[in-house]
Design a protein around this ligand. Structure first.
Ligand code: GDD
Ligand code: MN
Length: 381
């Protein structure tokens, strides 16, 4: 065994020659200030895993406390390799940490579990054995099938939030999450060969969801488990984490161009609200309605820009500077407005269309053009 803190993530070779044999498991544990838990966690893993399954443990740590030091100390008495990857730049939060750990894994199987003992280590061998038996790519430890429960989910408020989030998520991805009763679980086993690390865009807590939707492991099964109480310390989840989850959902749901266009249209429709409110306020101030229209339209544009930036093209923002994106977006939005009237005039005058169908056609045309322009000119693919 050993306990090192390599400079480079992602290269198992950094950690020397002690590579577990095939059929073994790499347990990936994300930790954020869990110094009160890691000793007990390693003790229980030692108790229930290496006797049945060769294993190694990879901690991916974003702590500001002494968690990595405690791990390194305890690791010296562990009969399996223990690694701590401490991140100075904790991108992607919990999910980002898990992906780093997966990249460093060397075994055929990867089990992801929390560091606070809400996930019983005694279940690790069973998760892997079930996966082998069913020739599965993914085995989810579920709270929502017979034999499972969420005993450790404190408070009816958290239970309600958890249930609503599960329902929303399952309705958004009915096919990808077919056969997964607990897509929010943070406890699962996945075959290393089923992990497509390069296409993952983890964002916060729901790393299983990310893997199920983007990596699409072929065969999925579940094993029930009882979600325990935290051993020490407190949950690291916050209201901010809830917002991050919604952004994660939006990103996953709009991975295809068609879904993106629909979302773009829905966002555009919500822009009517600030637009009309602005128009109302400006005309109430005594401004003539024509300049008021133009100004109010900019309010709608600004609103749309914010939503599009954060929900639709989060990953593609970096290609251009912010002021550049603002300028291009505003230009496209206003060109839409300016082009529509002559286009309607053309359709009515030259092609003899009725005013209503001409307007509908012009609306659709300028919408598609604006979407295509936003995709290609504001946010490069
Ligand atoms: N490296 C790293 N970076 N680890 C983190 C971070 C982070 O930003 N945030 C949290 N963790 C670690 C914690 O230290 C802990 O080991 C584990 O991730 C889970 O964090 P908790 O804060 O204990 O999560 P929870 O109990 O509220 O939520 C758990 O249960 C939910 C189901 O109710 C998680 O497993 C969720 O994924 C799960 O949906
Ligand atoms: Mn927890």
């Amino acid at each position: 065994y050993e306990s090192t803190v390599p400079d480079e993530l992602g290269d198992p070779a950094v950690r020397g020659a002690e590579v577990p044999e095939p059929g073994a498991v790499t347990i990936v544990v994300p930790t954020f200030n869990e110094s009160g838990n890691v000793r007990e966690l390693l003790r229980r893993i030692t108790e229930s895993v290496p006797g049945r399954l060769p294993c190694e443990v990879v901690f991916v740590d974003d702590s500001t406390d002494d968690t990595p030091e405690v791990i390194s100390k305890v690791a010296q008495d562990c009969p399996f390799p223990v690694t701590v990857l401490h991140r100075d730049e904790p991108v992607g939060g919990l999910g980002g940490a898990v992906v780093e750990g997966m990249k460093a894994a060397t075994s055929d199987w990867i089990v992801v579990m929390d560091g606070d003992l809400q996930h019983p280590p005694s279940l690790v061998p069973e998760l892997v054995a079930t996966g082998e038996r069913a020739a599965a790519g993914l085995v989810v430890a579920s709270r929502y099938i017979k034999g499972g429960s969420r005993a450790g989910l404190a408070g009816s408020y958290r239970v309600a939030v958890s249930r609503a989030a599960t329902w929303l998520t399952k309705s958004l991805f009915p096919r990808r999450l077919h056969g997964i009763s607990d897509p929010m679980s943070g406890f699962f086993a996945i075959r290393r060969s089923a992990v497509t690390a390069a296409i993952l865009q983890p964002l916060g807590y729901k790393i299983l969801l990310e893997l199920a939707v983007r990596s699409r492991p072929r065969q999925v099964t579940e094993v029930p488990f009882v979600f325990q109480d935290r051993f020490a310390g407190e949950s690291k989840s916050t209201a901010w984490e809830g917002l991050r989850f919604l952004r994660h959902l939006a990103g996953l749901r709009t991975a295809s161009p068609v879904a993106r266009m629909v979302a773009f249209g829905l966002i555009g429709a919500t822009g009517f609200v600030p637009n009309l409110l602005g128009l109302y306020a400006l005309t109430a101030l005594g401004i003539h309605y024509l300049p008021a229209e133009i100004l109010a339209n900019q309010l709608g544009v600004a609103w749309n820009f914010c939503l599009v930036e954060h929900l639709l093209f989060r990953e593609r923002r970096r290609h251009r500077a912010r002021w550049d994106r603002v300028g291009r977006f505003a230009l496209l939005a206003n060109a839409d407005l300016v082009l529509r009237i002559p286009l309607i005039a053309l359709l009515v005058g030259q092609f003899g269309m009725g005013v209503l169908p001409a307007t509908a056609l012009a609306l659709v045309t300028t919408f598609v053009l604006r979407f295509a322009g936003t995709e290609a000119l504001v946010y490069l693919p």
